[in-house]
Design a protein around this ligand. Structure first.
Ligand code: SF4
Length: 471
């Protein structure tokens, strides 16, 4: 998928003015967000569980080389094949070459965000192979030719009416007004694809190192059908999805599912260890695990950003984020939206092109509070902003202009003593009436016009806080 992270500001403005998107985003807070709060509140020792989950992730990421080797050995022992891909091109080539060499005509896919990074559907189509998403939300956005809007609810921006029109247009379906009818239509269409498919492609929520077991969490059963019906199963996953043991997997599952949808357990938790054995009733003849780096080593190598690899992709930080809940997923311009996307996307694509993303946060801390493994997202966002302004670790991405640097130096001098602060306040009060307010600023050439377009500049008080405090 071609990143459009450069277009964040324009895309956000469009989303903010789109009434339909705004209406559909309203449900997130009362829906997923509240469900997570209820589920975590009802779980005994939730805070201890979070600590445990965080410790598991920290330990695994610190010893990733050891656990990846363990995964490789155990998948091979179970009869599967493992391929380490350094980037999305290598991973895509492996999968398309495999499909072509095995005469695959149709692929069914269960949700895999890494395959979205790779633009795998497009590459398979170019190779003459039909690739069909089977998660209902992913199926809808594939028909619409769009990117996912949310990590766990990719089509949440679409209303029932939108989906009905889409099915009429793309599937020649009758006009349905009932969600059950729409779901049944998708089911009928997809059932034929499952039967015809020669290859199933899935992601992985976790890969258990001690057994080489792949773990998939779904609510529709499509993951189980993708892993058991076609003769070849290919799982594609980022290298950070490893957990050491089955016991660890149990803890991570509890954290993931409660934080994602508020369920105690999802409808389907599928575990796959290698291809079918001679006495198995079903399952694929071949099992391939593709472990993708695609920029994750950069996160691993930077101690300030390594924590981003703890992410379970539960989406809780998106639902909690006041910025995501207004601008929606497409504004972020790549596979991963929201606070975690604002960190991961710049590092997996190009920090300079995604320089607006780390600023897409009020730093209120709601994302950190919502995160099941307590990832300190605001700290990393600040770190990336610092990198962009100062460019110490990533000098090639330094973006601050001479004007910004002068303004920041002036601010530092003004804020350094009560005397300079009081002078600055007096000066500010003198020039404030000359500055544009929100309504005028769109046309204004003032350097503050962009800042005041959507927010009013508070009036500087004649009696500063320090004076009131003394009273
Ligand atoms: S950063 Fe935390 S809350 Fe956000 S998706 Fe990842 S695990 Fe979930």
């Amino acid at each position: 998928m071609q990143p459009k992270t450069k277009e964040f500001n324009e895309a956000s403005s469009v989303a903010l003015e789109d009434e339909k998107i705004q209406a559909n985003l309203l449900g997130l807070y009362g829906g997923f967000h509240q469900a997570r709060l209820d589920a975590s509140g009802a779980t005994p020792n939730w805070a201890a569980l979070q600590e445990r989950g965080r410790a598991i992730k920290a330990h695994t990421i610190e010893n990733l080389d050891i656990y990846l080797r363990m995964v490789e050995e155990n998948v091979r022992r179970a009869g599967g094949k493992v391929f380490f891909a350094k980037d999305s091109d290598e991973a895509t080539r492996y999968v398309t070459d495999l499909a072509q060499s095995k005469g695959v005509k149709t692929v069914v896919k269960s949700k895999s965000m890494v395959s979205e990074e790779m633009g795998l559907n497009e590459r398979l189509e170019e190779a003459g192979i039909e690739s069909v998403e089977t998660d209902l939300g992913e199926y809808i956005i594939q028909l619409a030719g769009e990117a996912p809007f949310h990590i766990i609810a990719p089509a949440i921006h679409k209303s029932r009416e939108d989906v009905s029109e889409l099915f009429e247009d793309k599937l020649n379906a009758p006009h349905y007004t009932d969600i059950d009818d729409l779901t049944q239509e998708a089911r009928r269409q997809l059932r034929q694809k499952f039967i015809a498919a020669d290859m199933g492609i899935t992601g992985a929520n976790f890969v258990v190192a001690e057994t080489g077991t792949l773990v998939l969490v779904t609510n529709e059963g499509n993951g189980r059908m993708c892993t058991s019906m076609p003769r070849i199963h290919v799982a594609i996953t980022g290298m950070e999805k490893v957990v050491p043991s089955l016991e660890d997997m149990g803890i991570m599952l509890r954290l993931l599912i409660r934080s994602a949808t508020g369920q105690r357990i999802s409808s389907y938790v599928t575990t796959v260890t290698g291809p079918r054995l001679s006495d198995d009733e079903d399952g694929p003849e071949e099992f391939h695990l593709v472990i993708v780096d695609n920029g994750r080593s950069r996160l691993l190598a930077d101690p300030q950003l390594r924590e981003a690899l703890y992410c379970l992709r539960c989406g809780a930080c998106l639902n909690a984020c006041p910025v995501y809940r207004k601008v929606g997923g497409h504004s972020y311009g790549w596979v991963y939206p929201g606070p975690i996307g604002a960190i991961v996307s710049p590092m997996l694509t190009n920090l300079s092109d995604a320089k607006d993303l780390p600023y897409a946060s009020s730093l209120c801390g709601a994302c950190k509070e919502a995160c099941p493994v307590k990832i300190n997202l605001p700290r990393m966002l600040l770190y990336l902003r610092h990198q962009l302004a100062e460019g110490k670790e990533y000098p090639e991405h330094k973006t601050s202009t001479a004007r910004e640097r002068i303004a920041m130096k002036a601010w530092r001098i003004a804020a350094s003593t009560p005397f300079t602060m009081s002078i600055a306040n007096k000066l500010g009060r003198l020039i404030q009436p000359l500055m544009p307010d929100g309504a005028q600023s769109g046309k204004s050439s003032s350097p503050l016009a962009a800042w005041t377009r959507y927010r009013a500049m508070p009036k500087l008080s004649a009696r500063p806080f320090r004076k009131r405090w003394k009273m």
